[in-house]
Design a protein around this ligand. Sequence first.
Ligand SMILES: [Zn+2]
Length: 184
Amino acid sequence: MTIRATTMSIPATPTPTPPPSPAGEADERFLREALALAEEAAACGEVPVGCVVVHDGVVVGRGRNRREADHDPLAHAELLALRQAAKTLGRWRLSGATLYVTLEPCFMCAGALVNARVDRVVFGAFDPKAGAVGSLADVCRDSRLNHRLVVHSGVLADPCGDMLRRFFRARRDKAKTVAPEDGP
Ligand SMILES: [Zn+2]
């Protein structure tokens, strides 16, 4: 074997991208669980976003938007679900887990997904105004970061998006003073 010294270089920190896995029936099932949580949020007057974290085929964390109830700008569905998953698994590093969320994660939540070392994220509707997993940025697949996720977008996009549209339409009809662009 001929080694050409000129082509040899010290490899960058090896962070292999996980192999892509197709969104399948199980993904839709878990996203429907997230949708049910989003519905619960809407019933409480919160912007309807729901999320579940799955590990080994089992839901280990659930969350739905609770910003209004908790008076907490950080109470996004994803952060609450990640916290619960970490507690359930007894570790902060959530490798092997997939996070399902009805709406494209924002910058904060996409950053949390990277920090938690989650393997995959599956989301429903894109969020052109705040999404950081394809819309405004692609935090989960940024090669400069030390961890990357497999991303499946647009799974059950219609029911996920419809729920948000219905919520904002109803809110506009109810009180014109509430800014409709006050997204999740
Ligand atoms: Zn978020």
